[in-house]
Design a protein around this ligand. Sequence first.
Ligand code: ADP
Ligand code: MG
Length: 566
Amino acid sequence: MATVSDIEILADPVGFTAGILGHDIWRIPAQILESVAKNRRTAVKSCHASGKTFSSAEAVIWWITRYSDGIAVTTAPTWVQVQKLLWGEIRKSLPTSRIMYPKPLGTELKLAEGNYALGLSTNEGVRFQGFHAGHILFVLDEAPGVDVAIWEAIEGASAGGDVHILAIGNPVIASGPFHEAFHENRERWATFTISAFDTPNLAGISLTYADKDGHRVTLGSGRDLLSLSEEELDQAVRPYLTTRRWVRDKFYEWGPGHPLWDSRVLGTFPSQAEDALIPLAWLEKCQQCDPTVGVSLSRDSKKLRAGLDVAGPGEDETVLVVRDGPGIIFSQAWMRADPRGEVVAALKQYEGRLEVINVDSAGIGWNMYTHLDDIFPGIAHPINVGESSHDPEKYANLKAELYWGLRMRAQAGDLTGYLDEKLVGQLAGIRYKHNARGQIVIESKEDARQRGVKSPDRAEAVMLAFAQHELPYGLTAYLEEKIEQIDAERLQRMRQMADKLATGLNRPKIETVSEGGKEPTKGCPECGALCIQPVCTGGKRCGACGNQFDESRSDFKPMNRTTLFK
Ligand SMILES: Nc1ncnc2c1ncn2[C@@H]1O[C@H](COP(=O)(O)OP(=O)(O)O)[C@@H](O)[C@H]1O
Ligand SMILES: [Mg+2]
């Protein structure tokens, strides 16, 4: 039988985690739990390893214990995050609790009929709508990556009953419902921001630097992080949370102004530079893609492609990347001056399966290329990214062309696999601009160095691994064609729908008209799609249906974009 003090402790989530779960809770997570109890909507943007998932698990266990009709539904961008991370913390907390809980079955902890916690994947959107009775708590871990459809379903479910939401995560994407909770929808949410300098291991530590406009910025207060001894860097009252050493290392690796510094260290939305080649948000999405999509899982497939960036003067690492389709399957970096032996050994494990090894052959890289050419004849291929591009109107050099291709891949989610934090950090730090001739130029390593950015060797190796030099009209044209193809398919579907509609309404089919005397855009004579590419053999090819044709043919049928959408 519950006593008055039991009921009191159940009403107080902080007392519950300390007194019942036996957790050692610190100031900010305590405020978050109090907010979950009090407010319908709580949003927390927070730095790396600040106990976000841990606090979410505490909130879930408290909620279903507090309310006998309590239901807690958790989700995250990927199933692994739901099952392993949040539910991992739930499973870890139960055995030491002073209340006996049943063992969770998968991602379900059932206390009684209508009183349970459930972990759902975001593929199960429709299931989020099925909760109407009792006290309901929705928990979104790594909330910026959770699908908009899930947010909408949860909002729908919140219309009636006592529904609370905890959305918590690293603020990596500066748009979408999580971002809105801190901006246009702010009055509806109780919000928290946790910087690494607010966490226990950095209490009494500060960091001062000049921002890009030369203004002095100080984070935290107390002793200067950069003056700490090695021993002091390792001091941690809570070793499981963000450490001083980690923040110091990230200051040197990313530094202020880098989107990952903003989100992972300061817990703020990335102030993405407008000239960032690949926005962090795209890379985050790529990290969440299924790494096996488009990847051949057969060990016999002979379509692996490698990229090797060779450390030049002032650069740290020689980096090898191997990819299978869109997925990076291997990546290794060497700090040694001449790691030829190690590179060959790493490549040997893929011998017979490699289609090409693109070697950065500028300067010192030439030796590496000739060495690899001896060992892997016909497969090693030299690439000097300083040379001119296939499309000099558009790109200042090959480097710009290849990086632009990588950007398009990242945008389309066609870059998956082994995308570690260091690589993502380097890719997100690359900048581009247009020169006086209007060509795209990638920021030089020297300019980047002046901003305090180290040589992005891993990003270069990835760019080389994705270089498609054997295509007749360059990588970008190839990728553009792919993207246009998707557009064209959509256009074609819309056109068919419009035709059907017209037939149904007994109206004439869509006619092709020329507007205001302008020459209409010419479409494919076969399917009418607009994605027409010139082919190297002469004539044109349709990106949608593959039809090759000659515009001089009598059956050529011009189309106008506006007529398609009428
Ligand atoms: N109050 C705490 N007591 C014990 N361990 C904790 C506590 N807070 C966090 N942890 C542990 O610290 C690690 C990082 O926490 P986590 O919740 O995964 O951080 P985040 O989600 O912010 O990256 C996890 O292993 C977690 O179990
Ligand atoms: Mg987490």
